[in-house]
Unconditional design. Structure first.
Length: 156
């Protein structure tokens, strides 16, 4: 087991839970993106050893790479749905992280209470997706490694 990764995830989830209680939704959204992006990056690099994706690859490009790899394999509708949900959440996350006080010149910002409600919903959905992607990753990458191991043994 990768102990440092385990410890960083444990701390991330501790902070996510504390931030939800404290209504620090930006922190929740940011940490959830970090977890989701990490698991997607791990899958993309694990399935496509030639991938140039790295920790600085934009979230949208990681999701796109994930979608391409999944479409190239016999996959279930649940996986494609998960990818679509993550991509929709990514767009909501962009709105949350960039629109509390930013608006076009001369245009009022969104009502603060409405914005906080949107941020809360994005935080809740982000936590659900971070868990779902982590669970998906655990099973799918393990299956991929078994399949690759079987193929390489047959080729010998």
């Amino acid at each position: 087991m990768n102990r440092p990764k385990f410890l960083s995830y444990r701390e991330a989830w501790r902070r996510i839970n504390a931030a939800q209680v404290g209504e620090f939704y930006f922190e929740v959204v940011t940490l959830c993106e970090s977890i989701i992006a990490d698991r997607v990056l791990s899958y993309v690099r694990g399935v496509d050893g030639g991938s140039e994706a790295n920790v600085l690859t934009p979230f949208s490009k990681l999701i796109g790479g994930w979608r391409v790899l999944v479409k190239g394999t016999p996959s279930d509708v649940t996986t494609l749905d998960l990818i679509a949900r993550v991509d929709r959440w990514r767009k909501n996350r962009n709105e949350v992280l960039h629109s509390l006080s930013k608006s076009m010149p001369g245009v009022a910002t969104q009502d603060v209470d409405d914005f906080i409600q949107i941020a809360k919903e994005a935080a809740q959905e982000g936590a659900e997706l971070a868990r779902a992607v982590s669970n998906w990753h655990r099973g799918k990458l393990r299956n991929h490694r078994k399949l690759v191991g079987i193929k390489s043994e047959r080729a010998s």
